[in-house]
Design a protein around this ligand. Sequence first.
Ligand code: SAM
Length: 312
Amino acid sequence: MKDYVFFPITEPSLIPNLLNDLSYQLQQLDFPQRVEYEPIADCLQDDFPNVNWKEISLKFDQLGEIAVVKLDSTSVPDSFRQRVGELILSRYPRLKTVLNKRDIIEGTERVYPTEHLAGEKIWGSWHQEYGVFIFVDLKRAYFNPRLAEEHHRVAMSGIQGEKILDLFTGVGPFALHCAKRFSCNVTAIDINPFAIKALQKSIARNKLQGDIHPIIGDSQRILRLRNYFDRIIINLPQKSINFLPYATKLLKKGGIVTFYQFISKSMNPIEDIRKLVKTKLGKVNSYKELYIKVGREISPSKLQMNIDLQID
Ligand SMILES: C[S@@+](CC[C@H](N)C(=O)[O-])C[C@H]1O[C@@H](n2cnc3c(N)ncnc32)[C@H](O)[C@@H]1O
C-alpha cells in the first residue's frame, strides 16, 4: 500500500477509458469518519472565560513529533498554558510533546529556552523538510522550521561538484539539503557540539549524494583555506554581515555567498541592506547581487533579509 497514490473516485465505470494503458487497481476502502473538533480557542474560552483567547496566538510549529507554541507567561498563566498543550495533543495524534518557546534567544548557541507543557518529556525528534530528515535537539541546539524554503532554495540552486562552506551550520539543515539534492562537498562548522552530534545522526539517516564534513569549532578561527569554496552560507543573522569580508577570502573568484541578516524595519529595507553590504565589501570586492528578498518578520521592529552575492 505504501507505494501507491490513491485517488478518490465516485464513478468506477469511467476509469478504463480515462487511464487507457496505465496500470491501476480499484479498491473499496473504508475511512474513519473525520472528527469535527470545536476550535481550540472556543474550548479554552469555556474553561477560562476571563481570558480573551481570540487575542492570543495559538499557532504552533511542528518539528517532527514536537509542537512548539509561543505563549507569553505573563499574559497566559501556568494552568492555562498547560491546557493549551493538552488540547493540541488531543487533536494531533502524531504529536508526542508540546513545548512553549520562552523569551528571546540568547547566547552563542542560539538555543531558545523552552517549557514543557504536555505529553512526553522529549526535546529530540526527526523533522522532515522536502524529503530531508533532520534530527532536532531543541534543548541543546538551534533549529527553525520556518527556514525550510530557504534551505530548499539554496540546495536547488547548487551545481554538481561544488565545494560548500556552511559557517554556522547548527544541526545542518543547509548542508543536508544540499548533500541530499546533488553531489557536493560540504564543510559544516558549528561551535555547539550538540548541534554537530545531531547533524552526524542526520548524515547517517539520509541517503546523501554529497559528502558532509561536520566540524566542531569557531568558524572564525579554524579555516586557513584561501580561494577554495564555490559557495559559502552564513546564517548568524544578528551579525552575518560582519563575516562577509572573511568569507570572500575563502571563496573562489565568481563564488557565491548566501547570507541572512536582521535589519531594522524601514520604508526600504532592501536599500538599507544594500548600503550595509557596500560598507563591508565595496572597497575590496566587486560583486553582483543574484538574489535579495525581505524574509520573515523577527519582531515588530526587525526583519530578516535573505541575500545571494556573486563575488569577483
Ligand atoms: C542562527 S543558528 C543557524 C543554524 C543553521 N544554519 C540553521 O539554519 O538552522 C547559528 C548557529 O551558529 C553557531 N555559532 C555561533 N557562533 C559561532 C562561531 N563563532 N563559530 C561556529 N558556530 C557558531 C551557533 O551554535 C548556532 O548553531
